[in-house]
Design a protein around this ligand. Structure first.
Ligand code: GLU
Length: 392
């Protein structure tokens, strides 16, 4: 079924407030997507898909984090109202996720974009090897013009091993994809100094340059009506996103075309980033991870790296140490001088097999088509010796 809205693909103004962002994660809350009585809100979703297509036409990469699996599943299965038991919500998610994916696939497909479903569990963003795989898939989908549609894998997530809410999941997906904006569409229109429903003096806050203890207290204040909409988890999400160099916006998604509304100046709260996403990631690589081994490069590769290129197997003369895919390794010149650190795309055995060889030979040497870069430039912090990433 094709749903079209009255205002189709009117596009977005090149001078809009969101025009400066390169890669945006749009998080959609369950209450927006699902009506308890009538199920999926198809017309609203179609209007949102128009906005997403317009962003994409403007040259912005868009990733969606969509809630709604449990809410849809419980309406299909006719589960009673009230809090669900864990096993009930797992079953509801299994049923609802299919409905949800299909809806996204249809509305984005109608607008010329394939939807790529990604279901994550906590370990996928916490464990480095899985993180690197999930990130590569997100990037490849975007490169192919598809729109990743992400949700938590609620059918296997249990209380101890889950993100729990899609606000924080969206912030983590933003970090993983080096997005520069995370947009949380929900049923609150932003952040106030106090719960507005109870306090007539509550003042709306349009911009938050730093998340201070005062801001955190506002979000978690006792009796806060806002936190029913999860203001506390939204501020947690903002901490993750801004710490990784992204802006985070909280805005209401109630109206039709909610993204266009924000783009044209509609009410929203902006949490401002500290640094850029790539610089933040490089700081993390340089500062947090202990190198497990070393790669020694020829002079050509050293120059290529300084010029901002990735490390190809051809430029590697020697490999030292035992490490796995995604581990941190020291990057050295032939004499052993430390140039930086990076996350390597091969384990030490495979790295030894392909060093000095052309990327086109990787498949015949290893029996699988690995990445053409041994260390991607985004996974590399040069000048790490002094603890200061190069910020490129
Ligand atoms: N992952 C849940 C779902 O799709 C939603 C979690 C949330 O709303 O924060 O139903």
């Amino acid at each position: 079924m094709t749903i079209t809205t009255e205002e189709t693909r009117t596009g977005m103004d090149a001078g809009g407030r969101l025009a400066g962002f390169r890669r945006i994660v749009v998080k959609v809350g369950s209450a927006l997507l699902v009506d308890q009585k009538t199920g999926l809100r198809g017309e609203w979703l179609a209007a949102l898909a128009d906005d997403i297509a317009a962003l994409s036409a403007r040259g912005t990469d868009v990733l969606v984090v969509s809630s709604g699996a449990i809410a849809l599943g419980r309406s299909v299965l006719k589960l009673p109202r009230g809090k669900l038991k864990l096993e009930e919500s797992q079953a509801a998610a299994a049923v609802g996720q299919i409905v949800l994916s299909r809806a996204w696939s249809e509305v984005l497909g109608d607008r010329g974009h394939a939807a790529g479903q990604i279901l994550l569990t906590l370990g996928d963003t916490e464990e480095r090897r899985r993180y690197i795989n999930a990130r590569a898939t997100l990037n490849n989908l975007l490169k192919l013009g598809a729109i990743p549609v992400v949700n938590e894998n609620d059918t296997v997530a249990t209380t101890e091993i889950r993100y729990g809410d899609n606000d924080r999941l969206a912030a983590r997906v933003g970090t993983m994809a080096s997005a520069d904006l995370v947009l949380l569409l929900s049923d609150v229109d932003g952040m106030y100094t106090a719960p507005p429903a109870q306090n007539p003096d509550a003042v709306f806050i349009p911009e938050i340059p730093h998340i201070t203890p005062e801001i955190e207290a506002m979000a978690s204040g006792a009796g806060s009506e806002l936190s029913r909409g999860g203001m506390q988890t939204k501020v947690e999400a903002a901490k993750i996103a801004t710490g990784a160099g992204a802006t985070l916006i909280i805005a209401s998604g109630h109206e039709m075309h909610p993204i266009r509304r924000i783009d044209t100046g509609g009410r929203s709260t902006w949490f401002l980033p500290s640094g850029t996403p790539v610089a933040a990631r490089k700081t993390w690589i340089a500062g947090t991870l202990e190198p497990r081994g070393s790669v020694f490069l020829d002079a050509g590769a050293c120059n290529a790296l300084q010029a901002g290129k990735s490390l190809l197997p051809a430029g590697v003369k020697q490999v030292e140490g035992r490490f796995g895919r995604g581990d941190s390794v020291a990057i050295r010149d032939e004499a052993g001088t430390l140039l930086g650190v990076g996350l390597i795309a091969y384990d030490d055995g495979d790295a030894r097999l392909i060093m000095g060889r052309r990327s086109a030979e990787i498949e015949s040497l290893l029996g699988y088509a690995g990445r053409s870069e041994m260390i991607h430039r985004d996974d590399m912090a040069l000048g790490a010796r002094s603890g200061a990433p190069d910020g490129k």
